[in-house]
Design a protein around this ligand. Structure first.
Ligand code: AMP
Length: 424
């Protein structure tokens, strides 16, 4: 189903009153498109494959009908409580696991403790999670590795799972979770409802779809519902990115800025360079201990940190309310990561801004990102940092692929273009 129709109200979606009351409190006045289309399918027990952009309200789209099913079952059965799980949500990152579980707990407040949601993920002690899993869980949100560990320690069983959600399925596969995922899928019952959400649909996701889903309803939202996200790209002289970045931050005085770079070291170096220019920035990357990652993220979410420099571990799914701007200091390797990064801003209809700084080495890659994501931006320059024509003219508006690296024509293997395009 491809759809652009106006969403109905939550009441029209047949949600039960404890959920409706909570949605009113959360000021969700109208379902987003993904919610309007997914909720009825999930309530009807159908399998679902949904292509929806990050920030489009995916969590509620699967969580609300799951909660409704589980609550109605619980009332009938007067509850179970062995060490099993009814609804399993697999996510690629620790932060996303926590965020999704927090949202579900928030949606559940009017069930008066009848629904137990647990999040399990690596990087923290497994003992606390084992304790939390005593007596089982109605909904378990998990990263695959830690979940397998907990299963082998007999902390939890998956044979009673009624609904499986794969959130950010493309990311799960590209992060190399394939083996863990198939080990988990083997432990799940054959008969279950499966919901697969992915912002992008590379080939591996399509294979997974065919293997996993039973006559699924397909929902593909045609365009980003949040059309309030403005993208801009600035040509920058080589070696001047930090100066331009500092200038933009000072000039615009954004309430908060999220800067993406490609390496953990770059996070640290850039933070030091910005500090010298009077800008305090924190860093968020995979080398930080989980406790520090959680603290930094919470501080950024609550507005205590104004500038955060992150690698792509922050690019997927994280919901930072009203984030005004995302800046690509380094371009992401894959075109789909570009979409995920910029999706941190302009969420849920808020106005957002995504800026990319590109120097001579980035022109061709940015062109590939545009081509793959089917958009095209005018190249701009930052006042006071105009391009040094003598150095940069030949590549300024490079629409054509850059010359192949010397000798590459002779080699067999992927073409230069394919190298980028296949790295989703
Ligand atoms: P998600 O894509 O699930 O991460 O949601 C993105 C953001 O949109 C979160 O801050 C949600 O709280 C918010 N959101 C989701 N659905 C709605 C809705 N129907 N009305 C208002 N805000 C929403």
């Amino acid at each position: 189903m491809t759809t652009e129709t106006t969403p109905a109200t939550f009441t029209q979606l047949d949600l039960i009153s404890p959920l409706l009351a909570r949605l009113t409190e959360l000021e969700y006045s109208q379902p987003t498109q993904i919610q309007a289309h997914a909720i009825p399918c999930v309530l009807a027990g159908r399998d679902l494959i949904a292509g929806a952009n990050t920030g489009s309200g995916k969590t509620a789209a699967f969580a609300l009908p799951m909660l409704q099913h589980i609550f109605q079952q619980e009332s009938k059965q007067q509850s179970h409580k062995g060490n099993f799980v009814i609804g399993l949500i697999l996510v690629p990152t620790r932060e996303l696991a926590k965020q999704v579980a927090d949202s579900i707990r928030s949606f559940s407040v009017h069930f008066n403790g009848a629904i137990k949601t647990v999040a399990v993920f690596g990087g923290v002690s497994a003992n606390t999670q084992m304790l939390a899993l005593r007596g089982g869980a109605d909904i378990l949100v998990a990263t695959p590795g830690r979940l397998l560990d907990l299963i082998s320690s007999h902390a939890i069983k998956l044979d009673q799972v009624k609904t499986l959600v794969l959130d950010e399925a493309d990311r799960m596969l590209s992060l190399g979770f394939t083996d863990e995922l198939s080990a988990l899928l083997d432990l799940l019952p054959k008969k279950k409802q499966t919901l697969l959400f992915s912002a992008t649909f590379p080939e591996q996701v399509q294979t997974l779809t065919q293997k996993l889903l039973n006559n699924p309803v397909e929902i593909q939202l045609q365009s980003r519902e949040i059309s309030t996200l403005v993208q801009r790209v600035f040509n920058v002289n080589k070696g001047e990115k930090t100066a331009v970045l500092a200038h933009l931050i000072k000039e615009h005085q954004w309430r908060q800025t999220l800067i993406f770079v490609n390496a953990k070291n770059t996070c640290e170096h850039l933070a030091q360079k910005l500090a010298k220019r009077g800008i305090a920035a924190e860093v968020f990357h995979g080398n930080k201990a989980q406790g520090a990652r959680t603290r930094v993220l919470e501080a950024f979410k609550s507005g205590k940190i104004e500038v955060l420099i992150a690698t792509d571990i922050a690019a997927r799914g994280l919901d930072i309310e009203k984030l005004p701007v995302v800046i690509n200091f380094d371009l992401p390797r894959s075109p789909s990561d570009y979409m995920h990064r910029i999706g941190r801003s302009g969420r849920a209809g808020e106005v957002g801004l995504a800026l990319s700084l590109i120097d001579n080495d980035d022109h061709h890659h940015f062109y590939i990102i545009e081509k793959k994501n089917k958009f095209r931006l005018e190249r701009e320059q930052v006042e006071g940092f105009e391009i040094d024509e003598a150095r940069n003219v030949p590549l300024l508006n490079a629409e054509k692929p850059m010359a192949k690296p010397a000798g590459s024509g002779k080699k067999k293997g992927p073409k230069y273009d394919d190298f980028w395009l296949n790295n989703d």
